[in-house]
Write a new protein. Structure first.
Length: 314
């Protein structure tokens, strides 16, 4: 039996889960190195304790939890239906599962269940279109550690699909719908999750792939666009400009209408529902900018079609 494993970051499924989620996140040295190895977890525990109150407040504004598990479940269901669309009800060749890096269901728990279910081949697909060691790299590394305990299961990992035609089509569809929300043609701001600059300096392809996605989009549809980065944390130098800085800069240039495209996110999460929809929208309004956001891909039929083709070719 072939099992498809969708890999994602995960998110707290309640306000009580915020602190342990943050601890798991900051314990991962692939994301950020907090001193020497033996201090990583103690420092992560300190950061989780000091940040949990503020982060809980953010999640309380978007429903008291992250929606990412519910959305990923819906994506998995839709993907399984497409993959098995030509199969008989009795013989469905694909089963789609979910494995999260920092919160339940954890990758190791899902793989254990897949093994119990008789899966002998896993096609792992990271729900991060653009490869980075901090996202896909971290999830795949953890998956390969887990797979050492299951030598009877073969593994194929899909680590990047930033320019897949159907993925680009799905983004273009969302952008066209977003542009139609304005009376005058807005400027477009692609907002990607930030990354420490050192990662890029050391050869991480994330920024190159983000720009590759934008290049593919702008071949299909034309508009004035900018690129910025959001969601940075910690004292190291991150990719610039920040989305907040870019909004302020555009206001100084006289921009009045702005469409934000969360380019590196395929699902709604705190970055879209809080940072863009609440924080950045409030900042923009105070600067005289009418800010709107494109809908996230979530279960867009074209997006699910992209995932199905990526898996089928693997």
């Amino acid at each position: 039996m072939t099992g498809v494993l969708l890999l994602n970051l995960g998110g707290p499924d309640s306000l009580d889960a915020v602190k342990p989620f943050l601890f798991n996140l900051f314990s991962d040295r692939e994301i950020i190195r907090l001193g020497p190895l033996f201090l990583q977890k103690p420092i992560a525990a300190f950061i989780a304790a000091t940040r949990s109150g503020k982060t809980r407040a953010m999640y309380s504004l978007i429903g008291g939890k992250s929606p990412i598990l519910d959305i990923t479940k819906a994506q998995a269901t839709a993907l399984e239906e497409v993959l098995n669309s030509s199969a008989t009800p009795e013989d469905k060749p694909y089963r789609v599962h979910i494995g999260m890096r920092y919160w339940r269901p954890f990758i190791e728990d899902t793989v254990r269940q897949m093994h119990r279910d008789g899966v002998d081949k896993i096609i792992a697909l990271g729900l991060y279109p653009h490869y980075s060691i901090a996202t896909t790299g971290s999830s795949v590394r953890r998956l390969k550690e887990v797979m050492k305990h299951y030598p009877d299961i073969s593994l194929r990992c899909i680590e990047s699909w930033y320019d897949h035609p159907f993925y680009i089509d799905a983004l273009v569809e969302r952008i066209k719908s977003g542009l139609a929300m304005f009376n005058e043609e807005p400027e477009v701001l692609f907002s990607a999750h930030s990354l420490p600059q050192k990662f890029i300096d050391d050869g991480d392809p994330y920024l190159k792939e983000i720009k590759g996605t934008i290049a593919a989009i702008t071949k299909k549809i034309g508009f004035r666009w900018h690129l910025s980065f959001q969601s940075k944390s910690g004292p190291v130098k991150w990719l610039e400009p920040s989305t907040e800085q870019m909004i302020e800069d555009l206001a100084r240039r006289g921009v009045k209408d702005l469409l934000v495209v969360p380019i590196s996110f395929v699902s709604d999460h705190i970055e879209t529902l809080y940072e863009i929809d609440i924080l950045y929208k409030e900042i923009a309004a105070g600067l005289g900018i009418n800010l709107k956001r494109t809908d996230s891909l979530n279960t867009s039929p074209i997006f699910i079609k992209a995932l199905a083709e990526i898996v089928s070719k693997a």
